[in-house]
Design a binder for this molecule. Structure first.
Ligand SMILES: C[S@@+](CC[C@H](N)C(=O)[O-])C[C@H]1O[C@@H](n2cnc3c(N)ncnc32)[C@H](O)[C@@H]1O
Length: 316
């Protein structure tokens, strides 16, 4: 949904932008082209995305309009210290380069069980599949959206150990899926593979850490745009945006909540925006009451986009 994202970020007006998910550099390039004064910082924890963009976007790097950073969301505040942006974009999930390569993300190509976005990490799909207990594996699969079959799949995987390849894993999952629960045109390994990938890269935890950092990164009237592909990711984004707007704090934060002299929603603010979030103040408004979804034409051209949800928040 590149047009919707660029519109939401008001990229043609000119400004500084942070693209947290460089990937194949599509959004970064559009941001740079939207206005000749735009300056972009683009981040990816996958070093090969950064290396490719270094070649592909060399002219903008030379013009000092683009900085590429190899880092994970969890580190974003550290390297953006004292920088703020008119727009921050996060387009979660996998890039086409990752999916079509031989890095174990897809069962369509037989390869070693890997699935690490950052290949300097030790924890891989082989660790998840061959080392977790049946119980831990069930939790991983459930958290990633595998419903009632999570237990049966975890048991089948543990029995089939050692599992060495994506094809062997996909076969094991398929055999553990009763015929009556198989859907035409949808491989039974699709959701379990996604769940294992999310565990390998600790994706939900990474998103939480990015959401913690975002209020500190965006200027007043600036926007945060998030595109998700998984209901678990979308839920995290939607809940956080609602909380930023309403000022309500999550239960775990109640104990630490410091009373503000103006009360909730008071219009005199002290401290950083993160402190105001923690104190239960509203820091802006949700622009998208309902998430934007791709048009039928976009889904036809790119079937992978069918589960995309785009949400926008504007900071006050
Ligand atoms: C869907 S792709 C982005 C595609 C990109 N918007 C484009 O136009 O080509 C998501 C990218 O985010 C990266 N990514 C995912 N989680 C990350 C994290 N926690 N920290 C940094 N990068 C991450 C992935 O490595 C992947 O390259």
């Amino acid at each position: 949904m590149p047009d919707e994202a660029l519109d939401a970020l008001r990229a043609t007006k000119g400004g500084r932008f942070l693209d947290c998910t460089l990937g194949g550099s599509g959004h970064t390039q559009l941001l740079l082209e939207a206005n000749p004064n735009n300056v972009v910082v683009s981040v990816d924890r996958d070093e090969s995305a950064v290396v490719r963009a270094n070649h592909r976007l060399a002219k903008w790097i030379e013009a000092s309009r683009l900085t590429l950073v190899h880092a994970a969301f969890a580190e974003v505040l550290r390297f953006c210290e004292r920088e703020s942006f008119h727009g921050v974009l996060a387009d979660f999930g996998l890039s086409s380069d990752q999916l079509s390569g031989d890095r174990g993300f897809s069962f369509l190509t037989d390869s070693a069980l890997d699935m690490r976005m950052d290949r300097s990490e030790d924890y891989s799909a082989a660790s998840v599949v061959n080392e977790l207990s049946e119980r831990e594996l069930t939790v991983v699969l459930k958290r990633g959206g595998v419903g009632s079959l999570a237990k049966a799949i975890a048991r089948a995987v543990v029995r089939a150990r050692p599992i060495a390849s994506t094809a062997q894993l996909a076969r094991t999952i398929e055999e553990a899926t009763p015929m009556r629960l198989r859907r035409a045109g949808f491989h039974p390994a699709t959701v379990p593979f996604q769940a294992i990938r999310m565990e390998v890269n600790q994706e939900l935890d990474q998103i939480e850490q990015l959401l913690d950092a975002v209020p500190e990164l965006v200027v007043s009237q600036g926007r945060f745009v998030a595109i998700t592909f998984h209901s678990g990711e979308d839920k995290l984004v939607a809940q956080r945006m609602r909380r930023w707007e309403s000022g309500e704090t999550p239960p775990a934060m109640w104990r630490e909540r410091r009373p503000s002299p103006q009360g909730r929603g008071g219009d005199i603010h002290h401290g950083t925006r993160a402190e105001r979030v923690a104190a239960g103040e509203s820091v802006g408004r949700v622009v998208t009451r309902k998430p934007l979804v791709p048009s039928e034409k976009e889904v036809e051209m790119n079937p992978r986009s069918r589960s995309a949800r785009l949400r926008v928040f504007e900071f006050a």
